[in-house]
Write a protein that binds this ligand. Structure first.
Ligand code: GLN
Length: 559
């Protein structure tokens, strides 16, 4: 049976959570035994988000095949079992790049190349490609209805319905029903306008997912249904929730899966969401809180570390904990912030994490945070840049190579502990080349990494240019650093750790991309576990101290 398609569009404003909605529909359909794939079209002209600022675009999500994609693909992977690759994310820029290459090759045999049919055909074949071997392909169209940029995509999905018919295609439109305080009323007009816009380009939505802060009463739903030409049952309350992992349950309550299956004329088994119910129960009933300080550069914009944040949530859920994340601007540690020294700023965290990042800004602050974690035995987890900085800190303050650095931050450093392999081998600079996507890693038996993974062969995703310089391996290892993971051929160091520390680990890859609520990544769950134990111990010590202070203040004061 050929796959059926669900097209997800958005209206009124951006940031309505279309990606989450698409992912949650995928999750729900999987709970009914369906096999799904999900893809996203981004209407902008950049070829991929790889070169876009994290401030503008949020995180760049990396797939196994090394595609640099939109962060919504992270939601797709966390909510479903779909196997994503570069085929699952297309931008206008990449489509045009492909079309122009074809034109230059003469593939169009001298025809005039136009948006319709050439661009729309390209879009349709991209959709069909991800729909192979699944029951349902969910296609999210980025942007908001009415944008000039999204028109070719809208036209392509309109054509898909023409081609395949009603029973094989479904239009889901995500819209906003705001509550206007002055009128004390929910307003349906923006939704009406947005649907009108869709109708003007030939698309009649089948289901409306109405984002709102309260439940939509029957009469409001009927009003929307009447004006937008959909069935009453197809107006869905997509109410705000405190945890994104509740969205599939909210949709289930509103019967979205049943409606989708009915419209697509599909039979399916009964819904089983028990695992998601368990996760959501844990989210709302944690036994305690663990506090993690993340020391980084783009910290004021949380979307730039979306997967990281989620992976910490998953790690905490594995222990029935709630994670309190404090984002610490690395630069702020470099000089005393107000009258707060860096030690004072870092005090009180159960664990410290330095995430991935690019560029020189804030590096010295990260080094201070790492030194603090190493010396005070606070659990530390360094990811990519966080592993590189951990190596620099160790080289400077333990090995005694005071000027140790990465050639990314100081090209003239006498001790390039972190460098580009190409630099050393004299191979020509290859521009934007990065080590991207899944790489195998061999783990050393008997290391913390081995205990964490419980196996000796792993595969993780990369996105970086610089590497650990093995010329410094000997002095670093002699001083107590343990290299616990490398590529099977030994070229690249992938993991380091400190055996004389309760939990100090760094990895050159990004494990956060592979963490899911139902399958928390072991590097995150063990880090959160170690942090929690550290926090408990510290609290217990504080209590003993307080008791002592109460009974024998003179003795404590002397200490
Ligand atoms: N800037 C470093 C590099 O390019 C680290 C990159 C990262 O953390 N993703 O190697």
């Amino acid at each position: 049976m050929p796959a059926k398609y669900i097209f997800v569009t958005g209206g009124v404003v951006s940031s309505l959570g279309k990606g989450l909605a698409a992912a949650s529909i995928g999750c729900l359909l999987e709970s009914r035994g369906m096999k799904v794939n999900i893809m996203k079209f981004d209407p902008y002209l950049n070829v991929d988000p790889g070169t876009m600022s994290p401030f503008q675009h949020g995180e760049v999500f990396v797939t196994d095949d090394g595609a640099e994609t939109d962060l919504d693909l992270g939601h797709y992977e966390r909510f479903t079992h779909a196997k994503l690759s570069r085929d699952n994310n297309w931008t206008t820029g990449r489509l045009y790049e492909q079309i122009i290459a074809k034109e230059r090759r003469g593939d169009y045999l001298g025809k005039t190349v136009q948006v319709i049919p050439h661009v729309t055909n390209e879009i349709k074949s991209a959709m069909k490609k991800v729909a192979q071997d699944v029951d349902i392909a969910i296609v999210e169209i980025g942007g908001t209805v009415g944008d000039i940029e999204s028109l070719p995509f809208m036209e392509a999905i309109r054509q898909m319905r023409q081609e395949l018919g009603r029973e094989h295609t479904l239009f889901v439109h995500v819209t906003l029903v705001p509550f206007i305080a002055a009128a004390q009323e929910l307003k349906t007009k923006p939704t009406q306008h947005s649907v009108k816009e869709l109708l003007s380009i030939g698309i009649q939505p089948d289901i409306l997912l109405c984002r709102t802060d309260r439940f939509l009463a029957k009469d409001i739903k009927s009003k929307i249904a009447l004006f937008c030409n959909v069935a009453d049952e197809a107006v869905i309350t997509a109410k705000d929730v405190a945890s994104v992992y509740e969205v599939p349950l909210v949709f289930a309550n509103e019967g979205v899966d049943t409606l989708v299956l009915k419209y697509l004329h599909m039979e399916a088994k009964d819904r089983d969401l028990s695992k998601w119910e368990d996760i959501v129960h844990r989210v709302y009933n944690p036994k305690d809180t663990v506090t993690i300080g993340i020391v980084g550069k783009y910290v004021e914009y949380e979307d730039s570390y979306k997967s990281l944040k989620e992976a910490l949530v998953h790690g905490a859920l594995a222990h029935n904990l709630k994670v309190q994340i404090n984002w610490i601007e690395a630069e702020g540690l470099e000089s005393a912030n107000g009258d707060k020294s860096y030690e004072a700023q870092l005090e009180g965290y159960d664990g410290i994490l330095v995430p991935g990042g690019f560029g020189k800004r804030g590096i010295e602050g990260m080094l201070l945070a790492i030194r603090y974690a190493r010396e005070k035995k606070v659990p530390y987890f360094g990811i990519c840049l966080g592993m590189q900085t951990a190596c620099i800190e160790f080289a400077r303050n333990v090995v005694g190579l005071e000027e140790a650095n990465s050639s990314e931050f100081d090209p003239a450093t006498p001790h390039r502990v972190i460098y580009k392999l190409r630099e050393l081998r004299g191979v020509e600079e290859l521009g934007g080349t990065m080590r991207l996507g899944a790489w195998p890693c061999k783990i050393e038996p008997g290391t913390l990494a081995h205990t964490i993974y419980g196996k000796l062969e792993i595969s993780e995703r990369h996105r970086h240019r610089y590497e650990f310089n093995r010329e410094y391996e000997e002095p670093m290892v002699a001083a107590g650093l343990r290299i616990s993971g490398s590529t099977p051929d030994g070229t690249y160091v992938e993991m380091v750790e400190l055996p004389d520390h309760p939990h100090f680990i760094g990895c050159q890859f990004h494990p956060e991309f592979k963490s899911k609520p139902l399958e928390p990544h072991p590097l995150f769950s063990t880090f959160v576990g170690a942090a929690y134990r550290h926090g408990l111990k510290r609290r217990a010590e504080k209590e003993t101290e307080a008791v002592e202070l109460f009974h024998r203040p003179e003795k404590v004061a002397r200490r």
